[in-house]
Design a protein around this ligand. Structure first.
Ligand SMILES: NC(=O)c1ccc[n+]([C@@H]2O[C@H](COP(=O)([O-])OP(=O)(O)OC[C@H]3O[C@@H](n4cnc5c(N)ncnc54)[C@H](O)[C@@H]3O)[C@@H](O)[C@H]2O)c1
Length: 430
């Protein structure tokens, strides 16, 4: 039983779908989370990831047939499992990585370790973390040796929220690495069972850690480039979107979409891991630094472009509606969403703000949030489209103005309504 049991630490956006994938592959799973309310919900059959197909259903069925349990007891989970997979977050405090959650999970795991057990880290981390925070810690504290008494791998998660389980099982090969040959072999067997596209074996733990961050910084830098190009095009009275479409017809060019900023727990965070790692060895990562600055300024830029349209049209702005709280279209995740900075800028200009999101039901921030777009738009003098939710693609000026009940200024920061009359689009010439 223990030989076939995996404890997953952190049942979040990554750990939830991953635990479901292991259950579906025939493993026994112990899902561990420090969030008591979340564990209670899972055990009561209440969905925790309603936007991720199959995950909640897999949990309910597995609890019923005894192939999964969900608990807050990480020590017991370690004692009863051979494999310990970690998906707890590593966040930033003042732009420096904070390993508190990881250290706490490692302490729980350490107290239940047995000979032959394996730890696999999936959280995104600065290169060197698996070696320093896991291997060295366990070797020092338990007086055991990696590759002889226990095994360690690093395997980054590459999901796209909203289709996470499919990504894990079908869409991408799984990147794996090990502390040595034995760990790598165990990782290959473990992940080979869930990833239909197989595994890509990296030569070192650090190479696998770096791979994940490289994917993230690639996106951040390219979004910064798109933002700068869009703003420059706007100033030069050149239509960015026309330029982008034409440029991307060439296979070596992939200009990204500009927007109100970059949110989520991944892309805005990973460049800082690399900047931190570079600084730690007396080096620099200037491109990542400048890209972060550009992307972090975008909500401010969007609000000033929006306000400028009111000045040009000699209109006054009392109430604005922001369409989209999620950091990206069609997800229910508002972590580090640029919409929050837009809200705060508008409020500082004494504008009443209402926010609509089709998927997010509540927020900790003091703002009027609704899932009803008619309610959100009623009475607005201005509208900012901040998120590219699919449902916004059907909008046009007439529909929006019918819902506001007046003739609002509409500023589309995501290019969702590009080409439709009377809509100002970031980077377009109107
Ligand atoms: N969300 C994504 O799209 C995505 C994609 C790839 C990689 N990642 C990475 O995966 C990691 C997790 O991200 P996430 O989005 O799933 O975060 P999340 O916040 O959705 O989930 C993390 C979970 O870990 C729990 N937790 C915290 N400390 C714990 C502990 N000591 N023991 C057990 N549980 C604990 C939290 O309560 C939470 O439920 C991060 O490193 C992130 O960068 C995320």
């Amino acid at each position: 039983m223990r030989e076939n049991t995996i404890a997953v630490y952190g049942i979040g956006k990554v750990g939830g779908p991953l635990a479901a994938a292991f259950i579906r592959a025939g493993y026994n799973v112990i899902g561990v989370d420090v969030d008591r309310e979340k564990i209670g919900m899972i055990n009561d059959g209440v969905p925790i990831l309603p936007n991720e197909p199959e995950v909640d259903k897999t949990f309910s069925e597995a609890i019923k047939n005894g192939t999964a349990i969900f608990t807050t007891d990480g020590k017991d989970a370690s004692y009863n499992s051979k494999f310990k997979v970690i998906t707890v977050p590593v966040f930033l405090i003042d732009k420096v990585p904070d390993f508190t959650a990881l250290k706490s999970a490692i302490n729980d795991i350490g107290s239940g370790m047995k000979e032959g057990d394996m730890i696999s880290l999936e959280s995104s981390v600065p290169p060197g973390t698996t070696r320093k925070q896991i291997i060295m810690h366990i070797e020092r504290n338990l007086k055991i040796k990696v590759e002889k008494d226990f095994y360690v791998s690093y395997s980054p998660e590459r999901i796209y929220e909203g289709r996470a389980l499919k990504d894990i099982e079908e869409n991408y090969p799984k990147i794996i690495s090990g502390a040595g040959e034995r760990s790598l072999k165990m990782a290959s067997e473990l992940y080979g069972k869930i990833a239909k596209k197989g595994t890509i074996k990296m030569s070192t733990l650090e190479a696998a850690e770096m791979e994940k961050l490289a994917e993230g910084v690639y996106r951040d830098v390219n979004i910064a480039l798109a933002n700068e190009l869009a703003l420059l095009c706007g100033k030069m009275k050149v239509d960015f979107w026309e330029v982008r479409n034409a440029a991307n017809s060439q296979p070596y060019c992939n200009i990204h979409r500009p927007g109100a900023g970059v949110g989520g727990n991944c892309i805005p965070v990973y460049p800082y891991f690399l900047i931190y790692s570079a600084n730690a060895i007396g080096s620099q990562f200037r491109l990542a630094e400048i890209s972060r600055k550009i992307n972090e300024r975008m909500p401010v830029v969007v609000v000033s472009e929006f306000i400028e349209r009111f000045i040009i049209n000699k209109k006054s702005l009392k109430t604005a509606t922001v369409l989209g709280l999620a950091f990206r279209g069609d997800v229910d995740d508002d972590r580090l969403s640029p919409t929050y900075e837009i809200i705060s800028r508008l409020k500082s200009l004494q504008v009443n703000v209402k926010v609509h999101d089709p998927l997010i039901k509540s927020t900790n921030v003091d703002v009027y949030l609704t899932n009803d777009i008619k309610d959100a738009l009623a009475g607005a003098d201005g509208v900012i489209i901040a998120t590219d939710h699919s449902s916004y693609k059907d909008l046009d000026y007439e529909k929006i103005s019918n819902m506001t009940g007046n003739s609002p200024i509409v500023f589309d920061a995501r290019g969702v309504l590009y080409g439709k009359p009377n809509i100002y689009v970031l980077g377009s010439i109107r």
